[in-house]
Ligand binder design. Structure first.
Ligand code: MLT
Length: 400
């Protein structure tokens, strides 16, 4: 008789954002006239979400599929032109990446979920708490449940202290999802030095790096990539996304950098083996969109879009403060705000209250880990009108 992967019983039966969608749908069903406003998932939508140049690239990709130059399957690691363009895009950060270190994928979520398969199940995994739930879920579902939480609290400025014990894998996300906190070069260097000293590997999630507005001080920059930190090429894999920087959440496109200097190229060779075996490459249409996003015109338009979302983050920041909330972190260099629940209310109770009274969907902080209890996350993705309408409703209807 077949046996099943019993690790699935070790986690809640639904994924965080699926649970939020379920509760929202249930509320809508019992309140059919309610106009629900979403500040929950970091999703883009609508006709302006994708910049014109990126859209033109996607259309070109679709047309190529109907032309004589259509060649079916592409390279599993990604179109060489896109791998080269991505490698080139690091130069503005003073970082040299070889295109063979770049692997194009169908999104950063898949990469952060799958990358753990390169590592032994006995490894001890250090994960920021709170964190994007995919890190913990995928490790546990894969049978690696020796997890060390690294609390990110008000006391440590939402950047984790180094683990006190030996760990093998370290997940770091900056700008952070969900807290919006950004590690400085000095802070990230401490983790890099720790990893190099202890022979650990860092999985660095940089999906929100294009939202960093401040340069930081000359002595202590806010790095856009972990490879700005000396020594990172020897210990870190970086995962990146077009979803948030080019508005392609539904198109699905991202990449990982697996340096040749990491374990003497062993992990690069293993990720290459995995990509060619478990994956047939990202959609050729999506990759044309990615190429367009990385052109000068594409970058300018994407920056305009990022500025728009960050403008919305400012509006949300002011609006929540005006209502008396404590915005503990985020919103300045990230599209997320990390906010205290009123009266230290339980995160899920507050989620229900917000939906009931204001008809606004937020993300309960505890869904990102135990240290998220008593917090909620607000997303600045979506239209300005949606954010303004949500704030108005909160101001008028939420009883706190
Ligand atoms: C989030 O809301 O945390 C993200 O949008 C989810 C994702 O990127 O998968």
């Amino acid at each position: 008789m077949v046996t099943i992967n019993a690790n699935y019983d070790k986690r809640p039966s639904t994924y965080l954002f699926a649970e939020i969608a379920r509760r929202t749908k249930a509320h809508q069903a019992t309140h059919p006239d309610a106009k629900i406003m979403r500040l929950g998932i970091g999703n883009v939508s609508g006709s302006n979400a994708i910049a014109p140049t990126v859209l033109a690239g996607l259309k070109r990709g679709a047309e190529l599929c109907g032309s004589t130059s259509y060649s079916g399957y592409g390279d599993e690691q990604g179109d060489t032109r896109l791998r080269e363009a991505i490698a080139q895009s690091y130069i503005k950060h003073g970082v040299v990446i070889n295109s063979k270190e770049v692997f194009v994928s169908d999104g950063a979520k898949c990469d952060v979920a799958n990358i753990q398969s390169l590592f032994g199940l006995e490894n001890v995994v250090a994960i920021q708490d709170p964190a994007y739930p995919v890190y913990v879920d995928t490790n546990i579902l894969s049978g690696r449940d020796n997890i060390v939480y690294m609390p990110c609290t008000k006391e440590n400025g939402f950047f984790p202290d180094l683990p006190k014990q030996k760990v093998d894998l370290i997940y770091l996300c900056s700008p952070n999802n969900p807290t919006g906190a950004v590690g400085t070069k000095r802070q990230i260097k401490k983790v890099v030095d720790f990893a190099n000293d202890t022979e650990a590997v860092i999985i660095f999630d940089a999906a929100y790096s294009s939202y960093i507005r401040d340069i930081g001080s000359p002595q202590d920059r806010l790095p856009r990539t972990i490879y700005e930190v000396p020594g990172a090429e020897k210990c870190a894999i970086e995962v990146q996304s077009f979803s948030k920087s080019a508005g392609t959440t539904g198109v699905r496109l991202g990449w990982s950098v697996v340096p040749m200097d990491l374990l003497g190229g062993k992990l690069n060779a293993m990720w290459n083996r995995r990509s060619t075996t478990f994956f047939n490459g990202a959609s050729c249409i999506a990759q044309e969109g990615g190429l367009a996003a990385l052109t000068e015109q594409g970058q300018q338009e994407c920056q305009k879009m990022i500025n728009y979302y960050m403008g919305t983050a400012d509006v949300l920041n002011q609006g929540f403060r005006k209502k008396g909330f404590e915005v503990a972190s985020g919103g300045d260099n990230a599209p997320y705000l990390w906010v205290k629940t009123p009266g230290n209310m339980n995160s899920w109770d507050f989620f229900d209250k917000m939906l009931d009274e204001a008809k606004v969907v937020i993300t309960p902080g505890v869904g990102f880990g135990p240290s998220g209890q008593g917090y909620f996350r607000v997303s600045a993705f979506g239209t300005r009108e949606n954010a303004e309408a949500a704030l108005k409703s909160i101001q008028e209807n939420l009883k706190i």
